[in-house]
Design a protein around this ligand. Structure first.
Ligand code: NDP
Length: 449
């Protein structure tokens, strides 16, 4: 049932759009949300959620191996890809319906279809013209594939979640979150995996020492990492693809996955009709109130290409809804956003890298700890944990925490609260550890490196 006149019309029912719509409706606004694909957007359907399920699936191989030295006869293990994909699909369908229920329970009208903007206050969808006082664009982003000869043969993360079968050999192109996470997934599931990255070291922008450490842990697990190289062309040959690299080498694999970044979903939205400006990459330009160059039209989340993380999009959705219909001072604090790359082992961090901290603070102290996680002590596994704290010497404040190791994301999430609250190194030193845990290392590092 749709109205023809709304307070807020949201385009895109991903994490940010759904949160904005629900909060706005709960604050009394008359809200509709349009979605052309799936409820929950990238995160629920082809992103965070299925990715984490795949990471779990691929990490069992180490668990089986470790279990043997704990006395388990773990027998033989066979992995069935279709079971994983089918169960993952069921879980996603469950989440899709929860999203639908959340919207209807909040009184938001859900319209399935592709919405386009006609002018400042008008939207066209399913042959209907709808007006709204405000429009919110929360259409997210879509995988970008470089234009190279044979690029029609590559898959992206979108397709990786629905493969009919696993390949024997894969090349993953890119050195960002998705490439690193999927290299670990495929490798753990028994696929011969090569990662090709154009730069010298994966995960540009993160702490260099952590990047080196992760590279070596990934290599120990069997991932072949090729840096300073790119695929220049892809030729399909009988049962495989032949990828020619810039250095003249050739990789023969059964699948090539590009994880080379994502482009904001703004094509064909009608932005120009409403005077909504974008940058060269198609990202919508916004001010600090999420307002576009048309003051009645807002944008949040990945479509603005700023902090492309689900929890940020959700926070922006809440902030916008509150500022339009509730508490005007409800704002997002973008300082110290923690993040985790679900590589194997996980890599999580909050605050400054060592390089950034040196630039910003000059006089810093570094504390480090490298050890074998207790769980692996009996396992015979060669996986190492690495932690690093960065402290501003003058104020004693902890300005960065980094961890590579089991459940790093879970541990850094807690530490992120302390760092956000301005914790000092002395306060961390005065904190009693929980023994024996890996996390206690964060409160027992005493000697600067
Ligand atoms: P990223 O921007 O993280 O990484 C893209 C990678 O592709 C970079 O290594 C980049 O190299 C490389 N690249 C870009 N263009 C080309 C090209 N033409 N040829 C070869 N390589 C290229 O993007 P992702 O797609 O991995 O992820 C998108 C965003 O989604 C992330 O930035 C992150 O914010 C979010 N995300 C978050 C996750 C999480 O929280 N765990 C998981 C997955 C995604 P270079 O470094 O040289 O630019």
């Amino acid at each position: 049932m749709t109205n023809s006149n709304y307070d807020l019309f949201v385009i895109g029912a991903g994490s940010g759009g759904v949160r904005a719509a629900r909060i706005a409706a709960s604050l009394g606004a008359n809200v509709a949300i349009a979605e052309e694909k799936y409820l929950g957007g990238t995160c629920v359907n082809v992103g965070c959620v299925p990715k984490k399920l795949f990471v779990y699936a691929s990490s069992f191989v180490d668990e089986f191996h470790a279990a043997e030295n704990y006395g388990w006869d773990s027998g033989t293990h066979k992995f069935d890809w279709n079971t994983l994909v089918n169960n993952k699909n069921k879980e996603i369908e469950r989440l899709n319906s929860i999203y639908g229920r959340l919207l209807s329970d909040s009184g938001v009208d859900l319209i399935n279809g592709r919405a386009t903007i006609v002018d400042t206050n008008t939207i066209h969808i399913n042959n209907q013209t709808i007006s709204a006082k405000n429009i919110l664009i929360a259409t997210g982003a879509w995988p970008m594939v470089p234009e190279i000869y044979g690029s029609e043969h590559v898959i992206t993360s979108n397709e990786a979640f629905y493969l009919e079968s696993l390949p024997d050999r894969i090349v993953v192109v890119g050195g960002g979150y998705i490439a690193v996470e999927f290299a670990g997934i495929f490798n753990g599931l028994g696929v011969d995996t090569t990662l090709v990255y154009r730069g010298p070291l994966i995960l540009r922008g993160f702490d260099e020492e952590m990047r080196n450490f992760l590279t070596s842990e990934m290599q120990k697990k069997g991932i072949n990492i090729i840096t300073n190289n790119t695929i220049e062309s892809i030729h399909k040959e009988d049962k495989h693809y032949r990828s020619s690299l810039a250095d003249g080498n050739v990789l023969n694999t059964n699948m090539i996955m590009c994880a080379t970044g994502r482009t904001p979903n703004t094509n064909g939205l009608g932005l120009e009709l409403a005077g909504v400006e974008t940058d060269d990459n198609g990202a919508i330009k916004i001010n600090d109130k999420y307002q576009t160059s048309n003051s009645s039209i807002y944008a949040i989340g990945d479509v603005t290409d700023r902090y492309t993380l689900t929890p940020v999009a959700i926070a922006e959705g809440m902030s916008l809804a509150h500022s339009l219909y509730g508490d005007k001072n409800f704002s997002v604090d973008y300082i110290n956003i923690p993040t985790c790359i679900f590589s194997q082992p996980n890599f999580a961090m909050v605050g400054y890298s060592e390089e950034q901290a040196k630039d910003h603070y000059g006089d810093i102290q570094i504390y480090k700890s490298e050890f074998t996680h207790m769980k692996y002590s009996l396992s015979g596994m060669d996986e190492k944990t690495f932690m690093k704290l960065i402290v501003d010497k003058q104020s004693d404040r902890v300005i960065g925490a980094h961890m590579i190791g089991h459940d790093a994301g879970e541990i850094i999430q807690g530490l992120a609260i302390a760092i956000k609250a301005g914790v000092t190194k002395s306060q961390m030193d005065a904190t009693i550890g929980i023994h024996p845990t890996a996390a206690e290392e964060f409160v027992t590092m005493r000697t600067p490196a």
